[in-house]
Design a protein around this ligand. Structure first.
Ligand SMILES: Cc1cc2nc3c(=O)[nH]c(=O)nc-3n(C[C@H](O)[C@H](O)[C@H](O)COP(=O)(O)OP(=O)(O)OC[C@H]3O[C@@H](n4cnc5c(N)ncnc54)[C@H](O)[C@@H]3O)c2cc1C
Length: 139
């Protein structure tokens, strides 16, 4: 077997597997730019960022962010899933999360069956507002 290419990614801050709070995005975000917007929310929540395989495969975020069966297993106090459906493969990566919350336009998205908190809404209408409210509350 021949090694063709090796990627070494620097870990800045907490490892995803050790994070107490994780903000995770899915295919429903529609591109790399919305992930930049989630970074603001993640910063306020002192969270690490993650993603579904669908989002990683699109090249929107690095593969090191992938959570699930073929990604990382996380065990945060809070896992906030934004615009990801909650496929069985993704859920395998978050089985040890203490609380799961989700923002999704589809009230029947499987992720809601595993949530303690859920918002049925377009992420676009929620993320900045949630960030503002949290900043106010934490200041
Ligand atoms: C062998 C194998 C291993 C796999 N391993 C993994 C793995 O490790 N991790 C993993 O994640 N997947 C894995 N997958 C892929 C998995 O089956 C799913 O395809 C993937 O998890 C779907 O990603 P998603 O939830 O982001 O996308 P989708 O299933 O397409 O969900 C997108 C969600 O976004 C919502 N949405 C759309 N627009 C908005 C909006 N504006 N606001 C809010 N919500 C919105 C939709 O309602 C939908 O629920 C694996 C698959 C196989 C076959």
């Amino acid at each position: 077997m021949e090694l063709i290419e090796e990627h070494v990614e620097a870990v800045v801050g907490t490892r995803l597997e050790d994070a107490a709070v994780v903000v995770s995005g899915g295919r429903g975000l529609g591109g790399a730019e919305p992930f930049e917007r989630l970074k603001g929310l993640a910063e306020t929540m002192n969270a690490e960022m993650a993603a579904s395989r669908a989002a990683c495969d699109q090249g929107w975020v690095p593969h090191s962010w992938q959570v699930g069966q073929t990604g990382k297993k996380v065990a945060p106090e809070l896992y906030l899933a934004i615009a990801l459906s909650g496929s069985s493969q993704h859920l395998m990566g978050i089985a040890d999360a203490r609380a799961i919350a989700a923002i999704n336009t589809d009230p029947d998205a499987p992720i809601f069956k595993h949530c303690r908190f859920g918002i049925v809404e377009d992420y676009d209408k929620v993320v900045d507002l949630l960030n503002e409210k949290l900043i106010k509350k934490l200041s």
